[in-house]
Design a protein around this ligand. Structure first.
Ligand code: APR
Length: 256
């Protein structure tokens, strides 16, 4: 089936749904220049994530993250939202999307204008001292590391600063349970750009009434989806915005 037909079906699903949640992963941000994790050029082909980004490694050898992990994250701060982020924000404004649950730490949904964003894997806006819980900005953290402070420590208590992102082995933020509740009250969960390989977020598709997926490549839940759009997120949401306008939906219009 061609993209136009699939997008038209996606528009039907959105217009039929009383409450829609969007669940995003790294694939929504590749068109903003941020590599995904498990794609062919994904980050995990460059480092061993279970070591470099593991909470336990961070506690015993924080320099591993600061020397190997952090240098892979520089472009996250300068990336700009793409058409998919922008259309999702417009859909929220138009009342067609209730909120976005994201596994991404890039902050691009907020930059695009989405308001109800739940960051399941944390963010890169700040870092917290593991000893006294003092919080510093991401810019300050990078400044300390650039000045050779590896690992960066709080000068008062000597504790190590850890980014406010969820590492493997870390608990998820408590909002995870709120999100699960909202997804189970939704008519539609729209997954965008995620392989759905990582727990516990990949549990959410089991809570919703209907599941639709926009992803290039297979996901763990393709069999459960009432619609799978196998295309780039940017072109899919650009087309969706056009189709919804043709059907009389008022979108703010900056997206395309
Ligand atoms: N449009 C649609 N899909 C895309 C695009 C695109 N432009 N670019 C890549 N994809 C697809 C990839 O083919 C892949 O199937 O997006 C999916 C991204 O999957 P992952 O790399 O596994 O990313 P994600 O699901 O977000 O990973 C979850 O794993 O390592 C952890 O904490 C990390 O949050 C991350 C979690």
């Amino acid at each position: 089936m061609d993209l136009e037909k699939k997008v038209s079906q996606l528009a039907d699903l959105l217009l039929d749904s009383r409450k829609t949640m969007v669940l995003t992963g790294a694939g929504i941000s590749t068109e903003s220049g941020i590599p995904d994790f498990r794609g062919p050029d994904g980050l995990w082909s460059k480092v061993d994530p279970m070591y470099v980004f593991h909470a336990e490694t961070f506690i015993y050898r924080p320099e591993v993250f600061y020397k190997t992990g952090l240098p892979l994250m520089g472009h996250l701060q300068t990336a700009r939202p793409n058409a998919a982020h922008r259309v999702i924000a417009e859909l929220e404004e138009a009342g067609l999307v209730w909120g976005v649950v994201t596994q991404n730490v890039d902050g691009l949904h907020q930059k695009a204008g989405s308001r109800n964003v739940f960051e399941m894997h944390g963010h890169l806006r700040s870092a917290t001292c593991l000893k006294c819980r003092r919080v510093i900005s991401w810019d300050r953290l990078v400044e300390m590391v650039s000045a050779g402070e590896i690992p960066p420590r709080h000068e008062g208590c000597g504790g190590v600063f850890k980014p406010d992102a969820v590492f493997f082995g870390d608990p998820l933020p408590p909002e995870f349970y709120d999100c699960c509740r909202e997804v189970s009250k939704s008519d539609l969960l729209l997954v965008v750009g995620s392989s759905l390989e990582v727990a516990p977020v990949n549990y959410m598709p089991h809570l919703c009434k209907r599941l639709a997926i926009v992803n290039m490549g297979p996901t763990m839940e393709d069999d459960r989806a009432v619609l799978k759009v196998e295309a780039r997120a940017g072109e899919t949401f650009t087309a969706l915005s056009r189709v919804l306008r043709e059907r009389g939906v008022r979108l703010s219009g900056s997206a395309v």
